[in-house]
Ligand binder design. Structure first.
Ligand code: UTP
Length: 534
């Protein structure tokens, strides 16, 4: 790095109004100078400043795209399905089709795990977070075990061994720790070669005046380029080629933070295939008209997720004759794409996807060189969204699912009222409690009286009340296979229906562990600590 190279860099920065990035140059030592020089040289200034201009112009500096409500229509009925309105044989049919595709090795899981998780605020990837379950399983493990169980169910149906490759998109913040975690846990029983971890790109963060932010005197503030950075990353890292080599024809794409996520749900796969969809989305009904959730709508001749801030209250409150909201398809980051569709996006459309503005509190350096963490947003991150490719779909499909069975995201830390570790824990345990009841089991209290059918409100296994019921994903993916274990039996809580450790993939041996704080036992076959019902 000679004086000439630095001078050239300085002129280039100045020509893009970014000369301030060298403001601390004279105070830096040689190592810091080299690091800043390399950091700045790696930035395509024309490209990123263009992104900034385009993004802020389109959104007027912060909100959503301007669009009139007149151009919106709800998703047409013929493209939609609903698990709550589906007859059980129809659901069974989709399930069979989905398992068939899985058994033929055509289905992959694609996890979006590159987010910084700033609201949760832990110094490690969200997927490693333990929300407080009896089993202490982190999110990554729950998902891995759902994949194992599905492989088992697909084999049971078809008689052939199969695998579901799991592609995990990480970012600079999450890649190393995620890789270590999977190795440490022996990939949770999956084949290491079926877990493919790759990294999305990062972009510089900008202050509101269009200047790139310095995170320290010798480092630019960068952030992952949004979950829609997926398509660029899939191309750069040859992931679609890998999918093609493995014979993958479709994938389930989802966010890391939804504790209830049904990874590669065969019903969803079978449904989308029956609709001949190249792109599909699961949605939940909005809880109330102004719920801050994106809604899937038809806009002119294509589909889009319209943010809650982009429609008027009047439109948000519109109801159909049956009382349901017209714009009710709440997006939950749970998508089906064919490999052909993703490939067409990478080849033809990726460049057309524009970034969105996310106003954030970005740790920065002051003019005197000291660091600070702002308490209010001081700049923007530019993010693409995974769902922005809906507009390119030739055949779209939407499946409405039940929020209580499929959507409970971990966004915030323990003190939050909403989307917290406690709400996630509660959602999973309530669902498992309902599974046991539906399979013919009962819950009793210490005196032997039958407990109410409504799941108890125990926010975490580590709480005082600890009235928890947890079913290992290795035992049941969606409530199946429990009746032979629990029908006619009564159980005390806390209780964990765990897999027989001998063969994680068989799922046939079930161990009922009564997690005792002295009093737990299952009444079907009493035992102080653990008993086998299989
Ligand atoms: P969120 O938008 O909720 O962001 O991501 P986040 O990073 O988890 O949390 P905050 O906003 O910083 O608090 C939704 C999903 O998209 C993934 C996340 O990992 C999560 O699964 N994501 C987000 C990415 O994979 N890459 C990104 O650049 C952003």
């Amino acid at each position: 790095m000679d004086a000439q190279a630095v001078s050239e860099l300085r002129s280039r920065l100045e020509s893009f109004q970014q000369g301030h990035l060298l403001q601390f140059w004279e105070q830096l030592d040689d190592v810091q100078k080299q690091s800043l020089f390399d950091d700045l040289s790696s930035i395509d200034l024309r490209k990123v400043t263009d992104y900034y201009k385009r993004t802020t112009r389109q959104t007027g500096g912060g909100g959503g795209t301007e669009r009139s409500d007149e151009s919106l229509r709800p998703v047409p009925d013929e493209l939609s399905g609903s698990v709550s309105r589906m007859k059980s044989d129809e659901q069974g049919h989709y399930n069979t089709l989905g398992l068939q595709a899985i058994s033929e090795g055509k289905v992959a899981a694609l996890l979006l795990a590159g987010g910084q998780g700033t609201r949760l605020g832990v110094p490690y990837p969200k997927g490693m977070y333990d929300v407080g379950l009896l089993s202490s399983k982190p999110l990554y493990q729950l998902q891995a075990e759902r994949i194992l169980r599905l492989q088992h169910l697909a084999k049971k149906q078809s008689g052939v061994d199969c695998t579901i490759p799991w592609y995990i998109m990480t970012s600079e913040h999450t890649k190393g720790k995620t890789e270590e975690f999977f190795v440490q846990h022996d990939h949770f029983g999956l084949n290491a070669s079926d877990v493919v971890i790759f990294e999305q790109d990062m972009l510089p963060c900008f202050a509101f005046d269009g200047k790139i932010i310095l995170e320290s005197t010798h480092q630019v503030a960068r952030a992952p380029n949004g979950n829609g950075g997926l398509y660029q990353a899939l191309g750069t890292h040859g992931i679609v080629t890998d999918m093609r080599q493995r014979g993958i024809t479709c994938m389930h794409v989802y966010g890391v933070d939804n504790i209830l996520v049904k990874v590669c749900d065969p019903v969803f796969i079978g449904f989308c295939q029956t609709k001949n969809a190249d792109c599909g989305a699961k949605v939940v009904k909005k809880a109330f008209p102004t719920e801050p959730v994106g809604v899937i709508c038809q806009v002119d001749n294509h589909f889009e997720v319209v943010e809650y801030s982009e429609i008027t209250l009047q439109t948000a409150e519109k109801r159909r004759a049956d009382g349901q909201l017209v714009y009710n398809a709440g997006n939950i980051c749970n998508h089906y794409f064919t490999t052909d569709f993703v490939e067409s996006v990478i080849d033809q459309y990726e460049d057309m996807l524009s970034h969105h503005v996310a106003k954030k509190k970005i740790p920065s350096v002051r003019a005197d060189g000291t660091l600070y963490k702002p308490s209010v947003p001081n700049g923007i991150k530019m993010e693409k969204f995974v769902f922005d490719i809906f507009q390119f779909s030739q055949q779209f499909a939407v499946l409405e699912v039940l929020r209580e069975d499929e959507f409970s995201p971990l966004k915030n830390g323990p003190s939050a009222e909403k989307d917290s570790p406690q709400t996630c824990c509660q959602a999973l345990q309530s669902m498992h409690y309902r599974w046991v009841l539906a399979a013919g089991g009962k819950f009793v209290d210490g005196a032997g009286s039958v407990r109410p059918l409504i799941p108890p409100l125990s926010p975490s296994a580590r709480s005082q009340s600890s009235e928890c019921c947890e079913v290992s994903p290795l035992v049941s993916y969606a409530g199946e296979g429990l009746s032979e274990k629990v029908a006619g039996k009564s159980f005390l809580m806390p209780i964990l229906f765990d897999a027989d450790g001998m063969d994680l993939t068989s799922g046939d041996g079930v161990q009922v562990k009564c997690i005792s704080n002295g009093n737990g036992s299952d009444r079907g076959e009493p035992a102080p600590k653990a008993s086998r019902l299989a």
